[in-house]
Design a protein around this ligand. Structure first.
Ligand code: DI6
Ligand code: FE
Length: 404
């Protein structure tokens, strides 16, 4: 028999492509959405059986936001490099001199598991306050067995502590650690033979990611890691075409990747491969902004080819020290000229696809998890229009209104 805990009436909602619908009803049963649609079509029994009925007064209800690309577990910060950058040093210059990612690796290795948790917690809580209830977190600042496992355990703990659904990604191939300097292939073999099997054994990762880049890993090394991870049941994601075009996107897409991320230097052949394999393009306007990039991802090509576009914070200490997905939404409009509906879809449905969780998250539909936000606005464009402004909202996590 149908039961219903909460019935929300008179809501404005968005669908999976960001289309707006007024006078909507949403019925919630336990942790999932039982029914949704036009109020006029609401089956009458829901009004009778609902334990509570709320008039949403035309307020906008969206799925909770999903941040599908973060490196939010790390220790220390890189404010010193920021000052070098202001004097003209580029991201790649700093990395080549042993700073950059390696400086965060040093801090992360030195931090105890408790310290790492303590330093990362405020970042995930900041996302939660904005309405982000699903977050992907990558490893990649440990770069050895002990410290990669430590990072992934911390990521999982953050999920437990905050109630946020955390998807974890193994990014051992983020950069070459100093002990393997000049021995890239030996490091990749070490990751494949010693680290990855343990990560899988302990169930610590859902996905693998590789920084496929001139200052990262070659196409052949990327392929080796992807094939190994795929064989172990991990989903594939790829940092591709961020600073140059190595063809990581085509490689990843042809192996069935969930997403390719960054993509400022993506070309038409990469777009075609992504379209063919339903790979999501994850755009990271925070890194574009912070690195003062001038080259934009090929939005028109992606759009014309029908490649789904997601937006994420890329929260990390080196290229995107932010915890505001709302700010990224504004930037995606401003820098990349995404439309408001595209942006709304990018942080809900497309972000869920980029994490392989779109059967249970990212849209308002029967059977979906009841993770919802009721915003103090009626027009969805307001979510993209303000920047640096924490728009008020009520948060529903797993069918319950929570205080954040
Ligand atoms: N690309 C990025 O933008 C981040 N990682 C990557 O592969 C930056 C990570 C960092 O600089 O700490
Ligand atoms: Fe990243």
């Amino acid at each position: 028999m149908q039961t219903c805990d909460k019935l929300l009436l008179n809501a404005t909602t968005i669908d999976h492509v960001g289309g707006v619908h007024e006078k909507q009803a949403i019925a919630i049963d336990g942790k999932v959405i039982a029914w949704c649609g036009s109020e006029e079509e609401l089956p009458p029994e829901f009004r009778k059986i609902a334990q509570s009925v709320e008039d949403c007064q035309h307020k906008l209800i969206t799925p909770a936001l999903i941040d599908c690309h973060t490196h939010l577990v790390y220790a220390g910060n890189r404010a010193d490099e920021f000052q070098k950058k202001l004097k003209g040093a580029t991201y790649a210059d700093i990395a080549r001199k042993g700073g950059g990612i390696l400086s965060t690796v040093q801090h992360t290795r030195s931090a105890s598991e408790e310290q790492l948790l303590e330093q990362s917690l405020p970042r995930i809580l900041a996302l939660k306050r904005e309405g982000v209830l699903t977050v992907e977190i990558k490893s990649g600042y440990g770069l050895d067995l002990e410290n990669e496992l430590k990072m992934l355990r911390v990521a999982k703990k953050l999920g437990k502590i905050t109630g946020i659904d955390v998807i974890t990604t193994f990014l051992g191939a983020h950069t070459l650690p100093p002990e393997f300097s000049g021995k890239s292939q030996a490091y990749v073999d070490y990751l494949c033979n010693e680290v990855l099997p343990q990560v899988v054994e302990e169930g610590l990762a859902d996905c693998i990611d590789v920084f496929c880049e001139s200052i990262g890993f070659s196409l052949a090394e990327t392929e080796q890691l992807f094939l190994k991870a795929k064989g172990s049941g991990l989903a594939i994601k790829c940092h591709a075409e961020q600073l140059s075009n190595l063809g990581g996107s085509s490689l990843a897409a042809n192996l069935g990747a969930l997403s390719c991320d960054h993509l400022e230097h993506l070309d038409e052949s990469g777009v075609t491969a992504m379209a063919k394999n339903n790979t999501v393009a994850v755009l990271l306007p925070g890194a574009y902004y912070f690195l003062c990039e001038t080259r934009k991802p090929p939005i028109n090509l992606l759009r014309d080819a029908g490649v789904g576009m997601a937006i994420a914070t890329d929260c990390n200490p080196g290229s995107s020290p932010t915890t505001s997905l709302l700010l990224m939404m504004s930037m995606a409009c401003h820098f990349f000229l995404l439309t408001v509906p595209e942006v709304l879809s990018a942080v809900t449905y497309q972000a869920a696809r980029a994490l392989g969780v779109s059967e249970r998250k990212g849209k308002i539909a029967p059977g979906m998890e009841a993770d919802l936000l009721r915003w103090a606005v009626q027009d969805p464009a307001e979510l993209c229009y303000y920047f640096g402004y924490p728009i008020q909202h009520d948060t529903m996590l797993g069918g319950e209104w929570i205080t954040v």
